[in-house]
Design a protein around this ligand. Structure first.
Ligand code: ME8
Length: 633
């Protein structure tokens, strides 16, 4: 049996998932479901990227260890995938012991082969951000991210000798036109590879600068660069997470689906790593486009990050899945707006698809007593159109051309709506001599709908199932090739009238708040509601700030000494909104039973309550004087 292996990027656990993450994951889900329908053995992998600077920093800001932080954040991804009906076969976490073992094995193999060497490394280093920049990346000689001064650092590091694979990689891309898609991205990568020499890749970080990573097996003073660790997931998962892993050779993947932001790491780093390992390359790396929101870049500071859960609660999971893939060709950038999604729901889903099912079922009830009639003849045109679409779907979905695939399905929907208008079953029903014709027309609509349910299923699984069950089936059983044959629908069966698939959304029903992510939503979904006894476990007390000073190298962090009945040292991330001077003498509220944490090397024994973020942070202060140490309840 043919196998089909598809992956999404493994997402960083430094933040909660948004519409962009949902996009890539639904794309992989559509092809996974389609290939399962074709009868292939599918391995659909997604997961989380949990090592490295970003995650370590996010954990520090929450006063948690990186692993504790990752354990919490990973639940957000898992909960969203469930809500989005994602049918992944496995979920990899780079902190899995088995994954770490495979990464170390690969490092050792490359090191033994002389593909990894130790060399001095020189670069411009931004201490607060803890990262290197090249001369070219600097902005007016300063860190391009935070604008602070950088210093030249020289240290020893391990390098993967990527440069020697430059020509081989160019050749591979040239000889495999589908290796990188869409074509514009392929040309970009080729242009970049042909125009300048490829450097070697620094794959280590000294432990003294970054400890949160997989230790190099051949040098305990270093951890693995997070991208090297992350990319290996696609292979390591086949060894311990894939179905029937003992007997099936899952590697190489058929598709790596990624956003355009991480094409280079996949097309260049990963491909050359595989070449050095003498392993086969994946069939395709597809770099899709970027979602903006109401014409603007999505960003936390703009407060316009679209929360997929919110969109689903408002419009339904299938409408959301449909919108993402109908609105823009896969590969190009797209813009999310409520107007656009409502427009799609009303026209394509309520009007075209929903109405077709609704009017067909109403007529069946009215004219045939709800029983599927035996057609007097086969409508060859409808049959040909319905059956031909399968070939088109195979062709388009093998290149991840989702929009074209949906266009094909809609050709059948449009055809059947017109077919009803032309044949006017309501007139046929009035003529006793046209009973046979009426049976043919209604059967054709019902059988056409069965094809639509079948074809639409990978995109909108719930809708596909609903259409199928409206036609008297329990589930989509069997293989697509057999099911996509005209005449499969059984006659003589009495059907019940289904609920409307997609009710129209009127502007007055539309909720006022846009589906934007709550900035503070960083806790796992399953922990949203807590009982009073859980709240009571948090010990909050009134305190007074006795001393305050900025922590060196941090814009945000301030070290406070507070009196809560006893003296405590607390590190608070309020430095962008307050100076130490204005804090001294202030009455505040402190969580006093929090596990101690270290932030930028400074111990923190508690947490200050504050609202907002960035420059809009406000420290919570008791409204009237009240003795320090008083419990807040
Ligand atoms: O890069 N539009 O993880 P990440 C479309 N851990 N897609 C978007 C998007 C947007 N506005 N924003 C994010 C990493 N994405 C690494 C990957 S893989 C071995 C390691 C999607 O959490 C898109 O798929 O930053 C993008 O490539 C991915 O999220 C980046 O996720």
């Amino acid at each position: 049996m043919e196998k089909f292996y598809v992956t999404t990027p493994i997402y960083y656990v430094n933040d909660v998932p948004h519409i962009g993450h949902a996009y890539t994951t639904v794309a992989a889900d559509i092809v996974a479901r389609f290939n399962r329908l074709l009868g292939r053995k599918v391995f659909f992998l997604t997961g989380t990227d949990e090592h490295g600077q970003k995650v370590q920093k996010a954990a520090e800001e929450r006063g948690l260890s990186p692993k504790e932080h990752a354990d919490k954040m990973v639940l957000n991804f898992k909960a969203l995938w469930q809500k989005l009906n994602i049918s992944n076969d496995a979920f990899i976490r780079t902190t899995d012991t088995e994954h770490k073992r495979v990464v170390q094995e690969i490092l050792q193999r490359l090191y033994d082969k002389g593909e990894i060497v130790k060399r001095p490394y020189q670069g411009w280093y931004c201490t607060p951000d803890e990262r290197f920049w090249t001369e070219k990346e600097l902005v007016e000689g300063r860190c391009p991210e935070c604008g602070r001064p950088v210093e030249q650092i020289e240290e020893e590091n391990y390098f993967f000798l990527m440069s020697k694979y430059q020509d081989k990689l160019i050749k591979h891309i040239e000889e495999h036109p589908d290796y990188i898609l869409p074509e514009t991205r392929r040309n970009e990568v080729l242009g970049f590879l042909r125009s300048r020499p490829l450097g070697d890749l620094c794959i280590s970080r000294p432990k003294k600068r970054l400890s949160w990573g997989i230790p190099l097996p051949f040098d305990e003073d270093y951890v693995t660069y997070v991208w090297f660790d992350a990319l290996v997931n696609y292979y390591s998962a086949t060894k311990y997470l894939a179905p029937e892993k003992e007997t099936l050779q899952w590697w190489p993947a058929e598709h790596h689906i990624v956003g355009k932001d991480i094409l280079t790491t996949h097309a260049v780093y990963w491909s050359t790593m595989l070449m050095a390992l003498e392993m086969p390359l994946p069939g395709n790396i597809f770099a899709h486009g970027w979602w903006t929101v109401e014409g603007r870049k999505m960003s936390k500071s703009l407060g316009n990050v679209v929360d997929p859960e919110d969109v689903i609660n408002r419009y339904g999971v299938d409408a959301f899945r449909y919108f993402l893939f109908r609105e823009v060709p896969f590969g190009l950038d797209g813009d999310f707006s409520e107007k656009a999604i409502i427009g799609r729901i009303n026209s394509d889903l309520a009007n075209d698809l929903g109405n077709l099912l609704n009017r067909t079922m109403s007529m069946l009830h009215r004219y045939m007593d709800a029983v599927v009639p035996e057609p007097a003849e086969t409508e060859e045109e409808a049959k040909a159109l319905a059956e031909q679409i399968l070939g088109k779907l195979k062709e388009h979905l093998s290149k991840l051309a989702f929009q074209k695939a949906l266009d094909e399905i809609w050709r059948l929907i449009d055809y059947l709506n017109k077919y009803i208008d032309t044949n006017q079953p309501w007139r046929l029903a009035k003529e006793p001599q046209s009973r046979g014709r009426l049976s043919t027309v209604l059967y054709t609509c019902l059988e056409g709908l069965r094809f639509i349910g079948l074809y639409i299923f990978p995109f909108m699984p719930e809708t596909g199932e609903k259409i199928y069950s409206a036609l008297g089936y329990r589930v989509l059983e069997g293989r697509l090739d057999e099911l996509a044959k005209w005449g499969h629908l059984r006659h003589g069966i009495k059907l019940t009238k289904p609920e409307p698939l997609f009710p129209r959304i009127t502007q007055t029903e539309k909720k006022q708040d846009p589906p934007i992510q709550d900035k503070e939503k960083t806790l796992e979904t399953s922990q949203k509601l807590i009982g009073i006894e859980e709240f009571a476990r948090v010990e909050l007390k009134v305190a007074k700030v006795i001393d305050a000073e900025r922590i060196k190298g941090s814009k945000k962090l301030i070290r406070l000494v507070v009196d809560v009945g006893e003296k405590r040292q607390i590190v608070a991330g309020i430095g962008t909104a307050y100076t130490p001077e204005e804090l001294v003498g202030k009455s505040v509220v402190v969580v006093t039973n929090l596990k101690p944490a270290k932030l930028m090397g400074v111990d923190s024994q508690g947490m200050l309550l504050a609202a907002g973020d960035g420059e809009n942070i406000v420290v919570i202060s008791p409204e009237k004087d009240i003795p320090v140490g008083t419990r807040v309840k």
